[in-house]
Design a protein around this ligand. Structure first.
Ligand code: 2U9
Length: 343
């Protein structure tokens, strides 16, 4: 019996030593120390032993059981630690790996150009004025020296809602309203960005709905040279310090004299398809505010003068980014929009 117990101990310790995982270890515990295990069996059969043998074998059986238990506990601790270490190694995060790129959104190219132009004029002391897109005929035409029956009204085929109400054809009514509210006192220095509408067939260069940015300065002693200097600063900041501007005579009912403004082409005058080999690109219309417009808004035209200008940001963005079709701004093809990600 003694030999059998010693053999069981040696066997069990050997198996524990060899065990490579916690499940095997548990199987060994059940096999040797479980209710049906050999050691329990020996202890149960103690009654059959002689009184001399009983304490010796009893003591030995308890020692064997304790030795196996101790070894099992030691091994369990070792294997548990190992398991944690293996798990940690398998789940290691390589912090040096580059992250997955997060696609950032971006401004619509038209919004980007409008904000750039706004910032430029804010930097020159202008404030932004806004007004309704559904406008009275009076502010859209009459207050701008375009009385009913004026031939220039035909130049701007309009979306009329009633006889007196229409979708504004330019942002000029915002200036007319601002001047009227101002009651002729002190300077006005505003830019008016906004959506405008004209009855036009959409094609690469025309849209029935588009944006405008107009500017207006009214004060004492405002002269044509102030207009020219302002537009020169504007063109250089927007297109580059090497650019020049030139003014050509034109006609608008709300300004007198009126001019069209060209910026020198990026080809430097050599001639290219953008400037149609002229070296110049038209970017703006402008002029000195017509005395009739000043008077209708409540300004004394003998005391106050002013200049005004207007531009189409779509055209500016098309020139700046080399876009060949105005419809790209409104069809919102993601492949087009993604190209303007400044991030
Ligand atoms: C008031 C007085 C004067 C605004 C002006 C232009 C010239 C002009 C067009 C250019 C291309 C608009 O985008 S476009 O279609 N605009 O040429 N606009 S002067 O003159 C005003 C406006 C309001 C009270």
């Amino acid at each position: 019996m003694e030999d059998r117990l010693k053999q069981l101990q040696a066997e069990a310790l050997e198996k524990i030593e060899q065990a490579e995982d916690l499940k095997t270890l548990n199987d060994i515990r059940v096999a040797y120390l479980g209710k049906k295990g050999p050691i329990t069996e020996i202890l149960r059969g103690m009654g059959k032993l002689s009184p001399e043998e009983r304490p010796v074998i009893g003591q030995l059986a308890n020692d064997v059981r304790a030795a196996i238990q101790v070894k099992l506990e030691e091994k369990q601790e070792k294997l548990s630690k190992l398991e944690v270490e293996q798990k940690l190694a398998a789940e290691t995060v390589d912090v040096t790996l580059p992250g997955r790129p997060v696609r950032t959104g971006n401004h619509h190219p038209l919004t980007a150009v409008i904000e750039e132009i706004e910032d430029l004029f804010i930097g020159m002391g202008y404030t932004i004025a806004e007004g309704p897109e559904v406008e009275k005929d009076y502010y859209n035409f009459e207050a701008l020296n375009l009385p009913k029956g004026h031939p220039a009204r035909d130049m701007q085929d309009s979306f009329y809602i009633t006889e007196e109400i229409l979708l504004r054809t330019h942002t000029s009514p915002v200036q007319a309203r601002t001047m009227e509210k101002h009651e002729g006192l002190g300077p006005v220095k505003i830019i008016c960005p906004g959506k405008v509408y004209r009855r036009d067939n959409d094609d690469a260069t025309h849209s029935h709905q588009f944006m405008q940015i107009e500017g207006l300065v009214v004060d004492e002693n405002i002269r044509m040279s102030d207009l020219k200097g302002t537009l020169e600063v504007f063109a250089k900041k927007l297109f580059g310090e090497d650019r020049k501007i030139r003014l050509r005579p034109s006609f608008f009912p709300f300004t007198e004299p009126s001019v069209e403004v060209d910026v020198s082409c990026m080809c430097g005058g050599d001639g290219c398809s953008v400037c149609k080999h002229t070296g110049w690109i038209e970017i703006l219309g402008a002029g000195m505010v017509h005395p009739n417009v000043l008077e209708m808004a409540g300004f004394d035209s003998k005391k106050y003068t002013g200049f005004a200008f207007g531009m189409g940001p779509e055209r500016i963005a098309m020139l700046k980014y080399g876009i060949d079709d105005i419809r790209h701004f409104y069809t919102n093809d993601i492949r087009f929009l993604k190209q303007f990600n400044r991030a």
